[in-house]
Design a protein around this ligand. Structure first.
Ligand SMILES: [Fe+2]
Ligand SMILES: [Fe+2]
Length: 482
């Protein structure tokens, strides 16, 4: 068995899992490949499929120099199967099997659970590509267009990553699931994607940046929890995916940061002191900060729903089984079994929001969500640093976790962003203060005009401070002419 440090680029499918000598799985993947390409052409980025795009492709799995940049047409991108190197002597880090050798094959008793986790994770990857497929046409710059397409091809690769595990370890069931992953469609009435946030539209670039900031960060948390798995191939797969995921959150974080920057620059130039003077700010052709806050409220609350119910036996079972750990389990210093531990969770009790200690095992979803909230807050603080350097008193804030929820206990109530419970009438009267209105969305949509000249940026977003791969400001990240 190779140690996985070498990537084989010779065959149809780049890989470091020795597909050349794994005839059964190679055949399954090669059989799946045409359907994937059909899906990509049909549901991947609309337009620009024949343009050369400056993309990074993974060429190694080490911490240094794992990616190479070059111009490639998206349908010819080298999607492949890449796992982080196997760690010699790795043991199961948590749960009932803690300390036993990590599994190299699927443990029979956990087969159904593992398959379900792989399918749920796998389903999100093509879903986001589908959600973002119309955005190329309104790209605010070639730089941003390239970043969108980079995220898209890598989500495609993440689908490959899950499909490999399904086909390698789950036989016929796995092959059927792999086909289903190409069949479901984001937002489809009859066969939607599995999770709510992945059936929402991503209609404009601010939504895209918010999605990559908030929702890709959910992806990071889930992958980080699965990277701890006692099922070693899953752990290795997720560890490599996390390397790619960092860029997606970079795109979101810096995207919103550049929107904020551009708005305050325009307000300053126009002598506008009041960030809430929305008509005057909008007249400058930039996105007013209160609307940006509403977009953040929406994407944050949709993403919180992805963490599931406050109390979950599935999460407890997956942890006990050694299949899905906690965020950075390997850095935690408790017993990694949690049989008698407690964890504080916000719950709804007699119509009030209270904090309650519950068994740590059954509240693992909330623990992961709390880690997500902390990680998100750090990103928001970096947005606010842009604002702190100005005279404007505005700061972006994270709403309360009870705000605008559809999953979990708070789905039963309405709350304002501060966490005050509202009656349905109060909610109806105030909803437009908290969440984007049709008018807000139409205004944002009105700004979405493509800006495809080399080095040019749409008027509602500031240029990035540095280029991708240190390229100069006027670099042609997507070759548009000829
Ligand atoms: Fe992904
Ligand atoms: Fe991602």
């Amino acid at each position: 068995m190779p140690d996985g440090s070498q990537i084989d680029f010779d065959g149809l499918i780049p890989n470091n899992v020795d597909l050349a000598n794994d005839l059964r799985v190679r055949k399954a993947l090669e059989t799946w490949h045409p359907g994937y390409i059909d899906w990509w052409k049909q549901m991947g980025p609309e337009g620009f499929q024949e343009n050369l795009v400056y993309l990074r492709t993974a060429v190694g799995v080490g911490s240094e120099g794992w990616a190479r940049f070059g111009f490639v047409k998206m349908p010819e991108y080298r999607w492949g199967v890449l796992l982080a190197p196997q760690v010699e002597g790795r043991t199961i880090p948590f749960g009932a099997h803690k300390g036993e050798p990590a599994w190299q094959e699927v443990p029979g008793e956990y087969r159904a659970m593992l398959r379900r986790l792989l399918v749920i994770q796998g389903d999100t990857e093509p879903a986001s590509v589908e959600q973002q497929r119309h955005l190329g046409a309104t790209a605010p710059s070639l730089y941003d267009m390239r970043n969108l397409f980079q995220v898209n091809v890598e989500e495609g690769r993440h689908l490959w990553a899950m499909v490999y595990l399904l086909q390698k370890y789950f036989g016929r069931d796995g092959r059927e699931e792999a086909e289903e992953l190409l069949r479901r469609r984001s937002g489809d009435q009859d066969s939607p994607r599995m999770l709510g946030a992945f059936n929402e539209r991503t209609p404009d670039w601010l939504s895209f940046f918010m999605f990559t900031f908030f929702t890709d960060r959910d992806g990071k948390m889930q992958l980080a929890a699965l990277a701890q798995s006692g099922f070693d191939p899953l752990s290795r797969t997720c560890r490599f995916m996390l390397t790619e995921e960092a860029h997606h959150m970079f795109v979101g974080e810096t995207g919103v940061q550049r929107v904020i920057q551009r708005t305050i620059d325009a307000m300053t130039a126009a002598g506008i002191d009041d960030p809430y003077d929305i008509p005057r700010v909008r007249a400058l052709g930039v996105i007013d900060l209160p609307t940006l806050q509403k977009k953040a409220n929406l994407h944050y609350s949709l993403t919180l729903d992805l963490f599931g119910n406050e109390i979950s036996t599935n999460a407890a079972n997956a942890f006990n089984a050694g299949i899905k750990g906690r965020y950075r389990e390997d850095r935690l210093t408790d017993d990694h079994q949690l049989l008698s531990a407690q964890y504080p969770v916000l719950r709804l009790r007699d119509g009030a929001i209270i904090r309650e200690d519950v068994p740590a095992l059954s509240s693992l979803n909330m623990r992961l969500r709390d880690d997500f909230v902390d990680d998100t807050a750090a990103g928001i603080a970096r947005w606010n640093r842009v604002l702190e350097r100005t005279k404007f008193p505005f700061r972006v804030t994270l709403p309360h976790v009870a705000f605008n929820r559809r999953i979990g206990e708070f789905a039963a109530i309405h709350a304002d962003p501060a966490g005050n419970i509202l009656t349905p009438e109060q909610w109806a009267a105030r909803r437009d203060e908290f969440l984007p209105t049709t008018e807000d969305n139409l205004f944002i949509a009105s700004l979405m005009k493509p800006s495809l000249e080399k080095g040019a940026y749409a008027g509602w977003i500031a240029p990035p401070r540095i280029g991708i791969d240190n390229m100069p400001g006027d670099f042609e990240y997507v070759r548009i002419e000829d």
